[in-house]
Each structure stands twice: as C-alpha cells, then as structure tokens.
Design a protein. Sequence first.
Length: 207
Amino acid sequence: MSTPPFEDLLERARAMTTGPRRILGLVGAPGSGKSTLAARLAGALGPRRCVVVPMDGYHYADVVLEALGRRDRKGASDTFDVGGYVSLLRRLRSGEEAVVHAPEFRREIEEPVGSALPVPREVPLVLTEGNYLLLREGPWAALEGLIDETWYLEPPEELRLERLVARHVAFGKDPAAARAWALGSDAANARVIAATRERADLVVTPS
C-alpha cells in the first residue's frame, strides 16, 4: 500500500487551517506513531495554526482503575472518561470560550494531568490523536460528527511492536514485562482498533 509522503499530509492538514475551526484525528493501535506524526504536523504548522490535544488525557487515574478492577487492562476502551473527551471536543468545536484547557497524559507518571494544554480560540486546527476515535460502540458513539477528518495509522506490524516494547521499557517496565504487555493487553486493544479502520478518511503507513 502506498501512503502520501509527509509533505502531502502536511498540505492536507494545512488546508484545514482556513475558515472555521476544524478537528483532525489520528487513530491507530498502540505504537503506530500517532504522537510522532501529530507532533511533526503541529511543529510544521506552528502553534498559531495547530494545537495537539491527545485523547489519552482522559485515561482514568490509576486509583479509579484499581477501584473498578481494570488496572491490568489500562488502555482498553472502557478505561477512559469518554464523556469528558466528548465534552472537550464539543467545547473546542463551539469556539465559545477564549481558551479551552485540555488534560494531558504524562507517561513518566502514567497519569493524566488536568488543564495542562491551553487551546486558544484563534487556533484554527485542533489535532487530536488516540486509539478509539473511530469506535462507535457504547459511549464512543457520541464521537460521531465531532471530528472533521480522521487518518488511520498502520505501520508494519513488526515495527509497531518493536516501538511499543521500547516505549514501555523507556517508561519503567523491564523488557520481559514490556513485551508481555504489548502482546497481551495492547494486542487485545489493537484488534478492537483495527476493526474501525474502514471508517477512516485516509490510511497512512508510517515507516
């Protein structure tokens, strides 16, 4: 499968910075390169035209996951505050507030931090990235119509797993535990995400 070069992706994103505010979504399995591409696009467009607001800011805190008995499934579709994320996208689309402050997920502590990402009204493009932007089951169905365009990232599977394991190791897991998580909980989530691929406006195969 061929994929547009970065310059073409950048031009496609730049075209969304004219007119009223638009929301561009990047979706894909864990380790597919969503954060990397989001940062690259935002860096090229500049902070006056694009702000990145990841879905991961709506991870339930570990204390909540423990209470729900879902700590060992962190990252599954039912371990997020979906209603909070939906409300954020609605606020961002409305443009009624001078600044909307979104939460941010900090991997070094594995917890979300509230109100860490300011999004001024004047910024025309919000780039949001996450695993379940195209899921339409349960509370995720409320995302319908809130994201203007969604790109599905699909790197070679071996590369995705390599990056994912390396990321888990970088943030504190030993190599064996990192691989076990990538092939266990992460793999189960990846299958759910892959089933949403057909809803994407564009499939990107990063290398």
